[in-house]
Design a protein around this ligand. Structure first.
Ligand SMILES: [Ca+2]
Ligand SMILES: [Ca+2]
Ligand SMILES: [Ca+2]
Ligand SMILES: [Ca+2]
Length: 247
């Protein structure tokens, strides 16, 4: 997306290490800026998303922070704002315990009220190594840092989400990649949480599909029949063999 409104798309990059995350500036991408402003340390960033969360015409960038050296996975995830020129500033946060081993903070209007909301996908609590922790939906408008989540969604080592209306009922559905669970190990199930007219989500309406050590999913209509399909990026099975990705 074009962050600085110069007519050229720019390229945000989440760095999964101790480096800050960056935006490379179009059109030639030779220059980059650090996103981690306001003394926010790099914290093994995952799953960036862009959207105008506060409806002021400028994009915000959400960054899921998985862990840091001092507090492990008990760390905040942050939302940075574009501060003009090639600068960013910290705008908002999803705080621990709602950010725990976070993989993404995806933006969408889940309750159809015109304000962008956030779904955070949480991988695991590194202190207990338990991957069966909740992911959460926060309803906008922000600020989100002191908000309670609207919905707690139990996930299996939650990873990158896709958000789309998969069944054509006009309500957004959420596809959680599932990395592992406690009983089935790597051979777990991807979770689709179905949307509803009143904007609610819960375990009482999910579809589960077999996956192995699933890192990511994407939705697209591959066979052009008018229905979105799901591409699943898998890792290893319980015997340690790397498995085929699935559609
Ligand atoms: Ca640009
Ligand atoms: Ca904005
Ligand atoms: Ca909303
Ligand atoms: Ca739907």
């Amino acid at each position: 997306m074009d962050i600085d409104d110069d007519g050229y798309p720019d390229l945000p990059v989440a760095n999964w290490d101790r480096s800050p995350s960056w935006v490379y500036w179009g059109p030639d991408f030779s220059a980059r800026s650090e996103i981690n402003q306001g003394n926010i340390l790099p914290m093994w960033a995952n799953g960036m998303f862009l959207g105008d969360l506060d409806d002021d015409g400028e994009l915000e960038i959400s960054v899921g922070d998985e862990l840091n050296c001092e507090v492990g996975s008990h760390t905040n995830s942050y939302i940075f704002g574009y501060a003009g020129g090639r600068q960013f500033s910290v705008e908002d946060a999803i705080c621990y315990p709602y950010s725990c081993g976070a993989q993404s903070l995806q933006m969408a209007d889940f309750n159809n009220d015109g304000y962008l909301d956030i779904v955070i996908a949480n991988y695991q609590d590194y202190e207990t190594e338990n991957p069966e922790i909740n992911s959460y939906i926060f309803l906008g408008p922000g600020p989100f840092w002191a908000k309670e989540p609207a919905f707690a969604l139990p996930t299996f080592g939650g990873h990158l989400t896709s958000v789309a209306d998969l069944n054509g009922d006009r309500f957004l559905d959420i596809v959680f990649s599932s990395n592992r669970d406690t009983t089935r190990g790597w051979e777990t199930e991807l979770l689709i949480f179905w949307g509803h007219e009143n904007g609610t989500y819960g375990v009482w309406d999910t579809t589960r599909l077999p996956v192995c050590n699933n890192w990511e999913n994407q939705v697209v209509d591959l066979n052009r029949d008018g229905w979105l399909d799901i591409i699943v990026v898998n890792g290893k099975d319980n015997d340690g063999y790397y498995t085929a990705d699935r559609i």
